[in-house]
Design a protein around this ligand. Structure first.
Ligand code: UDP
Length: 316
């Protein structure tokens, strides 16, 4: 198959490049503007005759014809800053990726048989007032706040996809990806697992934002990718599906686990809380279990130790 991965140099995108390269005969095209993605994430595959990297930007409408000409079978869209650290600084770029970028991808597949996977996010639920969150929950999002570029951008993307499916009968599948982690996440990404592990490995303070009572559930990247591939390789699904684990921890518990696993003396320090930080997030994954026959397999301890190995290998 001819595959396009947008945002293919980022964390999820580059892990998908690796998986498809190693497990299929697919021809893999990667588009990334390298704003947050890194070439080193795909370096190992760049010389392969089946992998082609193109530095480009899905926000630019000239991308529509470039993509159409390539007649891809499947497009996976991961092109968007996804870490609060980046999207808070690059809010307009984030909004443009989510809305204009997705509009361009939808235009590029109009009237074709190309299937599109769109990476949506648990952020569409905002600071959820119900727990856990299932797909039929509409969310609790501040539309005029620091996270709105991402939350509302991704919500607008879902609305746009709905309208394009309705108007042009496109095959677009939406995964709402909850917190995921693993190798190839940039050390500087700013997210909890990459921060805490690297802080502990370097004997730096472990920075807990706010009280540390905020709760998240963490899905290892291989499980996330399995769900995405099942979504794309199975029968047509027209509504969003949550992808994540039901194993939930507080931020403080994560800090303590990382400290214990690494036998680290790094002090846990409490810092200013993030604005509009969702307090409690865990997916209801019954829909994925039923439709995709999928369940996350990797425990937090296993995933964490693989992630630690990756960061350790980069310190040598
Ligand atoms: N967090 C933290 N310290 C850090 C990074 C993150 O306490 O160094 C907290 C953050 O405030 C949030 C949770 O960890 O409550 C998850 O944050 P992350 O940025 O990983 O992802 P989010 O779920 O916010 O998209």
């Amino acid at each position: 198959m001819r595959i396009l991965i947008t945002g293919g140099c980022g964390f999820i995108g580059s892990n998908l490049v690796e998986k498809l390269h190693n497990e299929t005969d697919d021809e893999i095209f990667i588009i990334d503007n390298l704003s947050t993605g890194k070439m080193e994430n795909i370096q190992e595959y760049i010389d392969s005759s089946r992998v082609k990297f193109i530095k480009d930007d899905i926000r630019d409408s000239s991308i529509i014809n470039k993509i159409r000409k390539q007649k891809f079978d499947v497009i996976y869209n991961f092109a968007c800053p996804a870490s609060p650290k980046y999207y808070l600084k690059n809010s307009i770029e984030t909004w443009e990726c989510s809305v204009l970028g997705v509009r361009n991808l939808l235009e590029s597949i109009k009237g074709t048989k190309t299937k599109l996977f769109h990476s949506s996010t648990s952020e569409v639920y905002g600071d959820a007032t119900i727990h856990p969150q299932s797909e039929d929950y509409w969310g609790n999002v501040n539309p005029y706040g620091v996270r709105a570029c991402y939350d509302e951008g991704k919500r607008a993307a879902e609305a746009l996809i709905f309208n394009y499916i309705d108007s042009y009968q496109l095959d677009v599948r939406i995964g709402r990806i909850f917190n995921t982690y693993g190798p190839k996440m940039n050390e500087q990404d700013g997210r909890i697992i990459s921060n805490f592990v690297n802080q502990a490995l370097n004997n730096n303070d472990i920075t807990v934002y706010g009280t540390g009572e905020q709760r998240r559930s963490f899905c290892f990247i291989t499980d996330t990718l399995d769900a995405i591939l099942l979504m794309m390789n199975g029968k047509k699904i027209t509504s969003p599906i949550n992808v994540g684990t039901t194993y939930e921890l507080s931020v403080l518990e994560v800090a303590e686990i990382v400290k214990r696993v690494l036998n680290s003396n790094s002090p846990i320090v409490f810092c200013e809380s993030m604005q509009d930080d969702p307090q409690k997030r865990r997916p209801n994954i019954e829909k994925a279990e039923k439709i995709l026959n999928w369940k996350p397999k990797v425990t937090f301890e296993e995933g964490l130790s693989k992630t630690i190995e990756y960061y350790k290998s980069r310190m040598m």
